[in-house]
Every structure is written in C-alpha cells, then in structure tokens.
Design a binder for this molecule. Structure first.
Ligand SMILES: [Zn+2]
Length: 193
C-alpha cells in the first residue's frame, strides 16, 4: 500500500471510530459537552507520521539492502519498541503518543495483504525482491485503486473537518499543544459535535 492509501485510510478510520462513539452516546441519551472528533484525541502530525512510519524506516533503510520494502520496520518487535519509546518520550502529551501508535498499528493492519516479516529477526525470511519498477507497480489496479480511494478518504475527512468548523490552520499550528485553543473555544460554543 502506498502514500495516499495509508494516510487517507488512517485518518478516515480514526474519524469513523469517533463518529460511531458520538452516535452511540447520542442514542444512549448522553448530553455531550465536548467536541467529538478524532483530532481532539490524536495529534495530526503524530498520526500522519505513524501512518507512514514503517515505510519510512524500511523503504529508506532496508530497500537498498534486501530489495524488499518491508523489513524490520514491519515486524512486531520493532512495533513494540517504537511504541514504547514514543510512549515514554511523549508520556505527558497523550495526543502525540496515541496518534503515533494508532497510526503505526493501522499501517501494519493495512499491509497484511502482502508479505510481512512479522517475527523478524526471530524467524529468517526470504525477502522477495521487487521485480517491478515503481511505475509498473503503480499500474496495478490493486495499487492505483487504493491510492484513489485514499485520496477520496482524505477529501472526506477534510470536508468533515470544514463542516464542523474546525480551523485547519490552527490545528496545524497548535497540534503539539496539550490543550489546543481551538478545541477549548469550540467546546465553549458547543455548536458542533
Ligand atoms: Zn508498509
């Protein structure tokens, strides 16, 4: 899976979870006093980085060595180590560690259709060498259709944010803050979900 599919599916999945939580709470008669969307609970940049993390590690470091784009970055061991390190470093800002770890897990789930060295380095794998060029791979329906759906997913998420009057520029500026001001303001107004 490639760039837009990973990013688009990840952001859409996170928002869908919160839409379901919102509907469930509404149906059970709860009076909602907070803004309920994924970006409240997860940092935008951390989710973005986590959603691409395994590929950044492997395509940059391992691809020239093994000829395959999935290596240690796509193993369970590395997943656990990187999650624990991010958890420890950003313990006080849970939007960051939740975003990064959730993004990383969704990447691993989305990659399950192909070869995955889950138990590397405890099991020795025959890393299948990539025979098609990037452009040849991009012409496969399974690749370009997922990229198109990924872009559509991203558009859906952006439309959702705009519909909820989420100030996207403020999100990008204040994303690493523990209490971004746009959430506090919108909570006070309680005009949006
Ligand atoms: Zn991957």
């Amino acid at each position: 899976m490639y760039l837009f599919a990973h990013i688009g599916y990840t952001f859409l999945a996170v928002e869908l979870v919160f839409i379901f939580i919102y509907i469930f709470k509404k149906l059970s008669g709860k009076n909602l006093v907070k803004v309920h969307w994924g970006i409240r609970y997860v940092s935008f940049y951390a989710l973005l980085l986590g959603s691409l993390g395994p590929d950044i590690i492997d395509k940059a470091i391992s691809l020239p060595i093994t000829g395959n784009g999935r290596y240690i970055g796509h193993s369970i061991l590395f997943d656990i180590i990187v999650s624990l390190v991010v958890l420890a470093v950003f313990w006080k800002n849970k939007r960051i560690w939740i975003g990064f770890i959730v993004g990383w897990q969704i990447h691993m789930i989305l990659d399950t259709g192909g070869f995955m060295p889950w138990l590397f380095p405890f099991v020795s794998y025959e890393f299948p060498e990539r025979t098609l060029s990037y452009w040849e791979m991009f012409q496969l329906p399974s690749v370009y259709l997922n990229e198109i759906f990924g872009i559509v997913s991203l558009i859906v998420v952006v439309v959702l944010y705009l519909h909820r009057k989420l100030p996207l520029l403020d999100v990008l500026k204040e994303d690493f803050s523990k209490q971004p001001s746009y959430l506090i303001t919108i909570d006070k107004n309680r005009k949006n979900i």
